[in-house]
Design a protein around this ligand. Structure first.
Ligand SMILES: Nc1nc2c(ncn2[C@@H]2O[C@H](COP(=O)(O)OP(=O)(O)OP(=O)(O)O)[C@@H](O)[C@H]2O)c(=O)[nH]1
Ligand SMILES: [Mg+2]
Length: 285
């Protein structure tokens, strides 16, 4: 796990303030969500702030999500008046489409400026999203040149904020807005844990892995058998976890299966798409 942040009210307040400040500098935002959990990887507490500006939703890690369900999510967001673009930041896929969508949501405002006799200028945007959702990866995928462009930098408001030039001539704030994950209930906690948004210290690794085995087994009953070469019938997820550990040779003294190590391995394999492409939630229309 690369995210070790523990969120406290003070952190949340500071993050919110920063987003509000940065929002005054941009024409639109790119809200990155995890394509496997497009709802649970958003934060309803900042919705009213983000809604103040045009926005595009980037369904990142779409390579790890179910294609059909991702299409459903695109429709769902469309119904809410939001354009959603599936991307794979790591492979730089969908980046151009994302940039085009950002320009499109800002176009009415740009035309209004032009009508008032102002000159057209590059679209300014910023990326926001919860931990580990792929903010830095997407910034890197969008950026054209390493050296920051000399534009912007309103002193006082955002000391240190820099603009970088990106695909489609868009200017992007080099620091993404960090949203805190909203751990509203155990179900959301589970989804945030297995996708890597909250630290493995916050949610029990073993509980997460067991629940994940159960969820995957329901979505695609053959997936686990294939990945872990299990042919025997297994009733309980506890047994399943142990069996997988045994197959992988995660054994301690006396041949006891190292459950935590097994659980971590399963989570890591899931996070890297090794078990298959799984969306953990569908939109309710
Ligand atoms: N499979 C896949 N992995 C991705 C994708 N985008 C990002 N990742 C991986 O997800 C992990 C987190 O990505 P980051 O770009 O560091 O995420 P972040 O939002 O900047 O994370 P924090 O700065 O910790 O909040 C990395 O291991 C990336 O390689 C994607 O589209 N597909
Ligand atoms: Mg980052």
């Amino acid at each position: 796990m690369n995210n070790e942040i523990q969120w406290y009210p003070g952190h949340m307040a500071r993050a919110k303030k920063l987003i509000k400040e940065h929002l005054t500098l941009v024409d639109a935002t790119i809200e990155i969500v995890d394509a496997r959990i497009p709802q649970s990887s958003r934060n309803p507490d900042v919705e009213s702030i983000l809604a103040q500006k045009p926005r595009v939703i980037a369904l990142n890690k779409s390579d790890l999500a179910n294609k059909e369900i991702t299409r459903m999510w695109i429709k769902f967001f469309q119904g809410q008046g939001l354009k959603a673009i599936p991307i794979n930041g790591a492979a730089k896929q969908g980046i151009k489409e994302l940039a085009i969508a950002v320009k499109a949501v800002v176009e009415p405002m740009m035309q209004a400026l032009e009508a008032k006799g102002r000159r057209r200028r590059p679209v300014r945007t910023m990326i926001v999203g919860i931990p580990n959702v792929g903010k830095s990866t997407v910034i890197n995928a969008m950026v054209l040149e390493k050296a920051p462009a000399k534009t912007g930098n309103k002193p006082g408001v955002t000391r240190g904020a820099q603009w970088v030039r990106t695909v489609e001539g868009i200017e992007l704030l080099d620091t993404p807005g960090l949203l805190w994950p909203k751990f509203a209930d155990q179900e959301i906690g589970f989804k945030l844990a297995v996708t890597g948004a909250i630290s493995d210290e916050v949610y029990s690794i073993e509980d997460a892995a067991k629940k994940l085995l159960d969820v995957i087994g329901r979505i695609d009953p053959s997936a686990l058998g294939k990945r872990y070469k299990i042919t025997e019938a297994v009733e309980a997820v506890d047994e399943y976890l142990e069996l997988i550990g045994r197959k992988r040779g995660f054994l301690g003294a006396g041949g006891v299966v190292k459950l935590e190590q097994t659980a971590l391995m399963i989570l890591q394999e899931f996070r890297h798409g090794k078990i298959g492409r799984f969306s953990l939630e569908k939109p309710d229309f």
